[in-house]
Design a protein around this ligand. Structure first.
Ligand code: GTP
Ligand code: SPV
Ligand code: MN
Length: 604
């Protein structure tokens, strides 16, 4: 079939990159869209697209007094989260994808994808989205172009990335970019009426070619599956590039912590999906006169700087945050960030035309339209919002966005924190006694699965460095790369490494630690450790606080000691499990990690 797209159209004059022109032609020939739209990134473009989607009924405009310039979108109930089983790393060699990734032969995958994408945009508009991950003009940033047939993806990319003309200019200058092709996988015939959330769950494929730096995503419109700058580019492709170039692409928040004297230190923290990054990155401290400011809530690109320290940038420009559990009490800065100009996906709609989700208010509204579009009452047995319902909001709207957010050089890191969701036996906080032990800590993360990914929730699994779903190469080589970064730096310039767990529970299933703003007490200890002002006690599994600032907090003494107990039998079992897990990496596993296990075993 011929396509009727006019390639002499005026916007082609704006594209001078030969690589982009060539790829664009290939994509048009393959996907056969009805129309092509080159995104300029202007606010007017965003508004126009939202209006068009609202006219189709795909977007629901929220009450402009309560939630100005904001929309609710309901996805297909079969397309609500990342799909790890459909995510592929297509490296030339299978061993370069490693045992934690789905590998597929690149040549065979290309043939499969050509089949999927042929004619997939019939009856639709192809949007060309030039975008920049990281501050414009930073040598740490990377440009990409997403081609998508989803207006929802375009609107989210408007918020999540620096996209449009400025990014296109960088692409034209460099004649280079990372190509990211996305389709919801639902071509339309001339008299078909479109559904509100087109997707093709049976054929979902989220595919990465780390060597040629390409992304192909088919069949899903949701989050990390469709906003290809995020997990696909900024983590899976970037992690593989970072290994080659000597830096790190991590699933980490970045925060600045200022003490009452006005001294500020930056920290990064990696927790698995839906385990508290957004919350920690913008927390309101309960320790008086301490302040947290947010550089990023999900991804950090970390590179050694000219002074020998590690510097981090946030490649994103917005939050794609978990809605349920977010309230004025738990995370006031997130609530203020989403006061307007936001997109809400799979949350509930109130009778006044505002949004609601479980945990937003103590009292449930008397009536809602739930995330599936059905009437909902407090007596309903179903959830009003999907557990992976999300808000998309510009980072500038965060009341505590850090001044250095746009700094092209990034911010210097003085601590790196790892953590997971564990209901028992993992202490509230501990400090590694060396970079090597810290790398072991990162590699040792296990966490209960959450709704951020499809599949069973609450199941404990290994999630090293919170990167299990996001590492674009062999995880064993990734461990070695982390060790190499440490070896290449002066000891006094290396950030200290910590491990936290906010999620210990008592017999009744209640959280022992209050979490959220109270986590500032832990951040304070970490801050003061880096100035040698706070003391620590040695345990077999790392250093724990001699004392924490708990002023104003009521916590039962029994519970406090429980948060720091190190049970010999439990840890022997934990280490045994880790040894078995590490064996799956075969000769890609750095022996240093086994040495760390042995050291702890001896000390237990
Ligand atoms: P992704 O965006 O999926 O990467 O998630 P995230 O790591 O940013 O997690 P987020 O901060 O959105 O928190 C996920 C869930 O954990 C929310 O429902 C929060 O309310 C809850 N949560 C976050 N911090 C804490 C905490 O300190 N204690 C407890 N008990 N729950 C928390
Ligand atoms: C995560 O799952 O870690 C997320 C949400 O941040 S998504 O963008 O869908 O990957
Ligand atoms: Mn995430």
């Amino acid at each position: 079939m011929e396509n009727n797209v006019d390639t002499t159209s005026v916007f082609y004059q704006k594209i001078t990159s030969k690589k982009l022109l060539k790829w664009l032609k290939e994509c048009i020939d393959l996907c056969q869209p009805d129309k092509v739209h080159l995104c300029d990134g202007y606010q007017s473009e965003y508004e126009q697209l939202c209006l068009e989607e609202a006219a189709k009924g795909s977007f629901i405009k929220l009450n402009k007094k309560l939630r100005p310039n904001s929309y609710l979108v309901r996805s297909n109930p079969a397309d609500v989260a990342r799909v790890e089983e459909c995510t592929f790393i297509c490296s030339e060699k299978e061993s370069d994808a490693g045992p934690t990734n789905n590998w597929f032969d690149p040549e065979r995958m290309r043939i499969k994808l050509q089949g999927f994408f042929r004619g997939c945009m019939n009856g639709r508009t192809m949007y060309i989205i030039p975008f920049c991950m990281g501050p414009l003009g930073s040598s740490l940033s990377t440009v990409g172009v997403e081609i998508s047939d989803s207006a929802y993806a375009v609107c989210n990319m408007h918020i999540m990335t620096r996209m449009g003309n400025a990014a296109l200019e960088l692409i034209n200058q460099a004649d280079n970019f990372i190509p990211c092709l996305h389709s919801v996988g639902v071509p339309l015939k001339s008299n078909d009426t479109d559904v509100k959330w087109p997707c093709c769950p049976e054929k979902r494929h989220i595919v990465h070619f780390p060597e040629s730096q390409e992304i192909w995503s088919y069949g899903s419109g949701y989050g990390g599956n469709a906003l290809l700058g995020k997990k696909c580019l900024a983590l899976r492709i970037a992690s593989a590039t970072a290994r080659r170039e000597g830096w790190l692409a991590e699933h980490m928040l970045i925060l600045g912590l200022t003490n009452p004297e006005g001294n500020k230190k930056y920290m990064a923290a990696a927790f698995p999906s839906a385990c508290g990054k957004t919350n920690l990155s913008m927390l309101q401290t309960t320790v008086p006169n301490w302040k947290v400011e947010c550089v990023g809530d999900d991804i950090a690109w970390i590179k050694p700087g000219p002074d020998g320290r590690l510097y981090a940038i946030n490649p994103e420009a917005g939050f794609f945050g978990v809605a349920p559990g977010t309230s004025i009490k738990s995370n006031p800065n997130a609530m203020l960030s989403i006061r307007g100009n936001s997109i809400f996906t799979n949350v509930a709609l109130t009778d006044k035309g505002d949004v609601w989700w479980e945990g937003m208010t103590e009292e449930k509204p008397n009536h809602l339209i739930d995330w599936k579009g059905k009437d909902w009452y407090p007596s309903s047995s179903t959830l009003a919002a999907h557990p992976n319902a999300r808000f998309t909001a510009p980072i500038e709207q965060c009341p505590c966005v850090d001044n250095e957010f746009e700094n092209i050089a990034g911010v210097p890191l003085e601590a790196i924190i790892f953590g997971g969701r564990r209901n028992s036996d993992i202490p509230l906080v501990r400090e590694a006694n060396s970079w090597q032990q810290g790398v072991f800590m990162g590699a040792s993360i296990s966490s209960e699965t959450t709704s951020a990914s499809s599949g069973e929730t609450g199941k404990l699994r290994h999630d090293p460095f919170a990167m299990l779903p996001f590492c674009g190469y062999n995880m064993g080589d990734y461990f070695s790369h982390w060790l190499e970064i440490g070896k290449g730096m002066k000891k006094d310039k290396l950030p200290k490494i910590y491990f936290v767990n906010w999620f210990n529970k008592d017999e009744k299933g209640n959280f022992i630690w209050p979490g959220f703003g109270e986590n500032s007490r832990i951040l304070k200890w970490i801050f003061e450790r880096s100035e040698d002002k706070a003391e620590a006690l040695k345990t077999a599994i790392g250093l724990i606080p001699k004392e924490l600032d708990l002023e104003g907090l009521t916590i039962k003494p029994g519970n406090l000691s429980r948060l720091f107990q190190v049970k010999k039998k439990v840890w022997q079992q934990e280490l045994k499990n880790l040894r078995t897990y590490f064996q799956t990496f075969g000769d890609h596993l750095p022996t240093e990690l086994l040495k760390e296990i042995e050291k702890i075993e001896k000390q237990l």
